[in-house]
Design a protein around this ligand. Structure first.
Ligand code: ADP
Ligand code: MG
Length: 545
């Protein structure tokens, strides 16, 4: 027996389901308009007044201040999708919303939620099986096809304007860090890919560097900054006078003693500089500080020195030039040194460091303003993940709704073999998948019904790759048209959407410590205790979009 407080509310069975489905669908609808290349952007303003302009599903959902437990479950779907596949977040959330909408119809026909859940699970499993049957193979050296995958993931995003250049860079970066494992599979080590951003020039001037970009200045103006062949020392020890550790008072009684003391310090610094020079280093990237006097000596010896290099940069430089990070100059030898070229970009005030057989690559993204660069970085980040998963997974699909329509058709055939109420749920699942081409058409300003009719007819004729090309408005072989998606992301989207919908359908009882029906946000409500306060937050969200 649960005893509820005076202000608490309890919603059961159909009411609870209806309430949850409404909340989840509201989230799905909020991101739907961004789906596909013709999707719109959203401008999000946070409570601090900071603005984000984006087309990225997961970013939108994260930034929206949603205060509703059901809606939050849907957002988790997007986050899982982002982590697992790097793309397909909007698709996953939109399908989850549609699964719930169709489930609502089934529940109204008095079909038990368990039957719906079971049918959805069967359909999801079958759909993923068919994805594998339909998918085509892609090899890591197939630049042309991988570029199409990269471009498809960039369409509709900030990266789109320069997608030709950027797709080249993304594919090049992934190929650089791909190695073939003993079993013939391909392993992509994304740790070796770094993104650096720079405002000022246009996105089309972005570059792929077979090495690192270090956003630092030389410690001394008289140091050389260009080396074709440099021995590079990575140092994690200060080139400064050592602190004794204990507080010592040096009492100086005469000018001689003072001189002696200063000489001693100078000797210490000289010794460190000599150790650096004797090791054979031409360039030293130091994670710690470098004393003024040491800077002067190093400059005199023609050594380029950079101080307070970020730890992450030092680690990355190690991948680029090789060698090891030296923590004690007393032990340094030439075996510790890395090797590569160092160049200075005076305009951007950056160092470019490249290695012989560099394992580390850097994508230097450029854009005119911070907003542009931020959205570019999000898009490129996703494209990198997408190409990386595609290379390691090795399977691709025709996009533009082609795969969804084909899956829907195969699921309808499969439904005949499913008995009982579950059959209706499998059919409802098939219908839900067709949301993707419908929304792609809608967002491109086309008639959704006409497009779907054409698509179904093409698939009935056996055109497995018939999809919508949102740029031309035509139903065609989207694979040939260059609209290509990774199979892994699609499988993931199918399973996470199903999981989320089923999670919501399983709930038949909501016990809230506050009032469920009030709108507005937490602040206005005075923060009802128990974590379920602010269930009405969705209303506020609609207004914010
Ligand atoms: P998500 O967050 O799900 O990746 P997107 O906004 O990136 O959402 O849209 C992805 C969908 O857009 C996929 O179904 C993909 O096939 C489709 N798509 C991409 N380019 C085109 C195009 N030129 N024409 C039609 N559909 C496209
Ligand atoms: Mg995408």
């Amino acid at each position: 027996m649960i005893i509820l407080g005076e202000d608490s509310q309890r919603v059961k069975d159909q009411d609870a389901q209806a309430y949850n489905i409404r909340a989840a669908r509201a989230v799905a609808e909020a991101v739907r308009s961004t789906l596909g290349p013709k999707g719109m952007d959203k401008m999000l303003v946070d409570s601090m007044g900071d603005v984000t302009v984006t087309n990225d599903g997961v970013t939108i959902l994260k930034e929206m201040d949603i205060d509703n437990p059901t809606a939050e479950m849907i957002i988790e779907v997007a986050e899982t999708q982002e982590d697992e596949a790097g793309d397909g977040t909007t698709t996953a959330v939109a399908i989850a919303g549609e699964l719930l909408k169709n489930a609502e119809d089934l529940l109204e026909q008095d079909i038990h939620p368990t039957a719906v859940i079971k049918g959805y699970n069967l359909a999801s499993e079958k759909a993923r099986e068919e994805v594998d049957n339909i998918a085509e193979r892609v090899e890591p050296d197939d630049e042309e096809l991988l570029k199409k995958v990269a471009e498809t993931s960039m369409t509709g995003k900030g990266a789109e304007l320069n997608k030709d250049v950027l797709a080249d860079l993304v594919v090049g970066a992934v190929q650089q860090v791909t190695v073939e494992a003993n079993d013939g599979s391909h392993v992509v080590d994304m740790e070796n890919v770094k993104i650096e951003t720079q405002t000022g020039r246009s996105a089309g001037e972005s570059e792929l560097l077979h090495g690192a970009v270090i956003n630092k200045d030389p410690v001394h103006d008289d140091m050389p900054v260009e080396f074709d062949e440099a021995d590079v020392l990575l140092l994690n020890e200060p080139v400064e006078v050592e602190e004794t550790g204990v507080d010592t008072n040096v009492s100086i009684d005469s000018p001689d003693q003072l001189q002696q003391f200063l000489d001693q310090e100078e000797e210490q610094l000289k010794k460190k500089v000599d150790q650096i020079v004797d090791s054979g280093a031409d360039v030293v990237f130091c994670q710690k500080g470098i004393d003024d006097l040491a800077q002067h000596y190093l400059a005199k010896q023609g050594v380029l020195a950079v101080r307070r290099t970020k730890k992450s940069d030092i680690e990355f430089l190690k991948n680029v030039v090789g060698g090891s990070v030296v923590t004690d100059l007393d032990d340094v030898s030439d075996a510790d040194l890395g090797f590569g070229s160092v160049r200075r970009d005076d305009e951007d005030e950056l160092f470019y460091v490249e290695g012989e057989d560099a394992h580390g690559v850097t994508l230097l993204l450029r854009g005119s303003t911070d907003h542009v660069v931020d959205e570019l970085e999000r898009g490129i980040h996703d494209a990198l993940d997408v190409v990386a998963t595609t290379v390691s997974d090795g399977r691709v699909l025709a996009g533009g709704g082609a795969i969804e329509v084909e899956l829907a058709s195969r699921l309808r055939d499969y439904a005949d073999s499913v008995s009982g109420r579950e059959q209706l749920a499998v059919e409802a699942f098939a219908d839900a998948l067709e949301l993707v081409p419908r929304v792609l058409a809608e967002n491109a300003g086309l008639d959704a019904i006409d497009t779907l009719v054409d698509l179904r007819a093409a698939h009935e004729d056996g055109d497995v790759r018939a999809g919508l090309n949102a740029f031309t408005g035509d139903v065609e072989d989207t694979f040939e048209a260059g609209i290509v998606e990774p199979a892994h992301a699609k499988e993931q989207a199918l399973s996470s959407a199903t999981e989320a919908a089923n999670l919501v359908l399983k709930i038949d009882d909501i016990i809230a410590a506050g009032d469920l029906s009030t709108g507005g946000n937490d602040d206005e409500e005075g923060g009802a205790p128990g974590g379920m306060g602010g269930m009405g937050g969705m209303g506020g969200m609609g207004g914010a979009m």
